[in-house]
Write a protein that binds this ligand. Structure first.
Ligand code: ADP
Ligand code: MG
Length: 365
C-alpha cells in the first residue's frame, strides 16, 4: 500500500490503461488536483477521458501506475466505499421511484436517520430549483430537469469528489449554457472537487479552474483556461482550443522565449517560442482571427502578413474577412461589427498586423 501523502487531494502517478493488453488508451497520465478544484479533461472522442473517470470511480482497474485519493492509493478501495458522486450524460434515474425517492437513495444506503433524509431531500430539491417536483416520476420531467435531479443525487451525500462525464451532452444549447452556470455556482458555494469530462471546448473554458487537454491518451497541456488559449503548448492545443490561422515558415533565429520566423512570402514574423526549437527548423506560426489588425498596404509595419482580400462574412456581432497570402494560405480575421469595420473589393491588398505576443511558433507536425 502506498504511504500517506497529503500533497494533493487527487493524484495520478504514471497512470496507464489498456483494455486488450495491446493498445494503451491512457498512456502516461500525471496530474495533481487540489481540494475544491474544478478540473476538466478535454479532448476528441476516443482520447481516453471517460477511461480516466472510470478508473477513479473504480469501474475499471488501473493497468499500471497509481491513483491516490487523499494521499492513499484507491486500488484497494471498493467503488462503493470511495464516496464519489457521479453524473453521466444519460445517468438513468430510478424510473420506479419518485424524484424525492431518487434523492433519498444514496442517503438510505448510507443509513442516515429518516428525519435527516427528509430534510436533506427538501434542501437539495430547492438547491436545483425543483422544490415542487419531489412527488413526480422521472418520466414526468424534461431532460434538463432530470439532469438537475441527477446532479442533486450526486451531491446530496456530500461527496468530496464529483465526477461528471459529458453531463450536458444531451441538452440543447440554451439549456446547456444555463446548466453550465448552475453547476459552476453549486461548485463555488458547496466547495466539492470536480473532475469534468467534455469534448466541448467552450464549456471547458467557461467552467474550469484548470483544463487537461487530451489527445490519444496523452495530456498535451494542463493549464488555466486563459493560459491554454493565449499560450498553447503545441500545435494540437492551438488547433483544438478556439480558432487559429496557421502559417508555414522556417525558424531564422531564436532569442530566449521568442523566435524570428521567415514565412513563404519572405516576411519575418516574431512569435512566442512554444515548442519550435532550432534555427533552420520548419515550423508553424499560429495567430487567432481576433488578434489580427487589418491595415492599408501603404505603410511598413512590424509583424505583418501581406495578403489579398477575398471574402467578407457578416456574422452579426462581428465580421469575418478572408484573405489569401501569396502562397495561397487562407487567413481569417474577425473584426467587431462597428464603424471601423473596413470595406474591401475582391483583389484589394492589405496588411494583417499582429503582436509578437499573440503569435506562437510550433514545431511543424
Ligand atoms: P473518450 O471518453 O475520450 O471518448 P474513452 O475513454 O471512452 O474515450 O475511450 C478511449 C479508447 O478506449 C477508445 O478507443 C475506446 O474505443 C476504447 N475503450 C473504451 N472502453 C473500452 C472497453 N470497455 N473495452 C475496450 N476498449 C474500450
Ligand atoms: Mg467519453
Amino acid at each position: 500500500m502506498t504511504s500517506k501523502n497529503t500533497q494533493s487531494f487527487l493524484q495520478f502517478h504514471n497512470t496507464q490503461k489498456t483494455y486488450d493488453q495491446k493498445t494503451l488508451v491512457v498512456k502516461d497520465f500525471n496530474l495533481s488536483v487540489e481540494k475544491g478544484e474544478f478540473v476538466t479533461l478535454l479532448g476528441p472522442s476516443g482520447s481516453g477521458k471517460s477511461t480516466v473517470l472510470m478508473m477513479i470511480a473504480g469501474f475499471e482497474s488501473v493497468t499500471s501506475g497509481d491513483i491516490l485519493l487523499d494521499g492513499v492509493s484507491i486500488a484497494g478501495t471498493a467503488p462503493y466505499k470511495r464516496n464519489i458522486g457521479m453524473v453521466f450524460q444519460n445517468y438513468a434515474l430510478f424510473p420506479h421511484m419518485t424524484i424525492a425517492e431518487n434523492l433519498a437513495y444514496p442517503l438510505k444506503v448510507r443509513k442516515l436517520p429518516g428525519i435527516e433524509i427528509k430534510q436533506k431531500v427538501a434542501e437539495y430539491l430547492d438547491l436545483v430549483e425543483l422544490g415542487d417536483f419531489g412527488d413526480r416520476a422521472p418520466g414526468q420531467l424534461s431532460g434538463g430537469q432530470k439532469q438537475r435531479v441527477a446532479l442533486a443525487r450526486a451531491l446530496i451525500f456530500n461527496p468530496s469528489l464529483v465526477l461528471m462525464d459529458e453531463p450536458l451532452g444531451a441538452l440543447d444549447k440554451k439549456l446547456r449554457e444555463q446548466m453550465q452556470l448552475e453547476i459552476t455556482r453549486l461548485h463555488k458555494s458547496l466547495g466539492f472537487t470536480v473532475i469534468y469530462v467534455t469534448h466541448d471546448q467552450t464549456e471547458a473554458l467557461t467552467m474550469s479552474d484548470r483544463i487537461a487537454v487530451f489527445n490519444e491518451g496523452i495530456v498535451q497541456q494542463c493549464a488555466r483556461p486563459a493560459e491554454l488559449y493565449e499560450k498553447p503548448a503545441n500545435a494540437f492545443v492551438a488547433d483544438f482550443i478556439g480558432e487559429n490561422n496557421f502559417i508555414k515558415g522556417t525558424v531564422s533565429s531564436v532569442e530566449n522565449d521568442r523566435v524570428r520566423v521567415k514565412i513563404s512570402s519572405g516576411e519575418a514574423i516574431m512569435a512566442r517560442r512554444a515548442d519550435a526549437s532550432n534555427s533552420g527548423d520548419a515550423c508553424l506560426v499560429s495567430v487567432r482571427p481576433e488578434k489580427l489588425f487589418i491595415l492599408p498596404s501603404d505603410h511598413a509595419y512590424d509583424n505583418t502578413l501581406s495578403a489579398t482580400f477575398t471574402t467578407r462574412l457578416y456574422v452579426g456581432d462581428f465580421i469575418r474577412y478572408f484573405f489569401d497570402m501569396p502562397d495561397g494560405t487562407e487567413i481569417s480575421v474577425k473584426v467587431l461589427n462597428d464603424l471601423a469595420a473596413p470595406d474591401f473589393k475582391e483583389g484589394d491588398t492589405a496588411q494583417l498586423v499582429c503582436l509578437a505576443s499573440d503569435c506562437s511558433a510550433f514545431a511543424a507536425i
